[in-house]
Design a protein around this ligand. Sequence first.
Ligand SMILES: [Zn+2]
Length: 397
Amino acid sequence: MTDLVIRNVRPLGKAATDIAVAGGRIAAMGTNLPANGALVEDGGGALLLPGLIEAHTHLDKTLLGMDWVENVVASDIRSKIDNEREMKGVLGLDPALQSARQVVMSIARGTTAIRSHVDIDTTYGLAGLEDVAATRERYADVIDLQIVAFPQSGMMIRKGTVELMDEALRQGADIVGGLDPCAIDFDPKGHLDVVFDLAVRHGKPIDIHLHEPGELGLFTFGMILERTRAHGLAGKVTVSHAFSLGMNDYLRVGRLLDEIAGAGVMLMSTGPAGVSVPPLIRALDAGIAFCSGTDGMRDLWNPYGNADMLQRAQILADRNNLSRDTEVERALDVCTFGGAAVMGLPDYGLEVGDFADLVLVEGRTLTEAVVTLPQRKLVVKRGRVVARDGEALVEAA
Ligand SMILES: [Zn+2]
């Protein structure tokens, strides 16, 4: 039985077609599909994209909807970490409500799956995890949400954190996080051995924040690659940020990109300003699965961000100096298919049989949509309309 028919849309900018949805999946594509009593939406010739994928954010600590907090923190990572851990308590930040607010904003902008890191530390324990897990359950019908247990304050330098990470993975965290094994934890072997041991014991993937610059970053990369191969974790390990890949010798980075591809390690970049970034096109050409995300938004680290993954494609393209339409399309692909690959989302795409996670936007071409950032006309999750004309049909409060 057909549940929904969307008429006159152009999948990824191709020829206009209708699309029929049944049981949460794309059931048919073609012209003049019969409605059979199903809900009918007029696409009006809009572009049809698969759901946008937010593959790296921090839902537990956005300040969205709260009073404005003046940012007076120093710009180094350690200061930001310590300031945030303290201020979360001072402000009475509620991760359940805050994560709900960001989820609703993401849905309005066409995101259908999110991977969120959630702080695990000896001050707040597993409170953030429990709250974001409640949000995951609350919105299970309208968004896929993966939770990374993230030792934001360090792991080896804060006694008790390893045990909390272990407990977080038992209690529903989907992925093992890590953070700057040298620069924050001062113990790369200890840190990475724990991360990979947790992953193997719990049978869960890994996603490591690696801000470490230059030679230090490459050193840590080597240790991550070695452990990924040794544990047979190809396709299960993501390195987020990976600034060092933008800072080193061209030929050396090229060899490392080949090694990363060979080990099945995946990359995430938000395309940030003010720091070198991994070269997007070279990484894609090497065959590396590559995703992107908003990262922390409107939080105690920085006041920016709007959870818009179409805009993220633009930022990524701009940051990588991409101007040819075919290259801009690859940046968009990172925010759709790339994210789905890294998150391991099954049956993702615009083929018959795929889940009906769909976004309609105005634009003559995909590149025009990335440039003009049109409102999301319609957002569909598993066949259900969840946002219309830029507004989510679910609430946060
Ligand atoms: Zn992050």
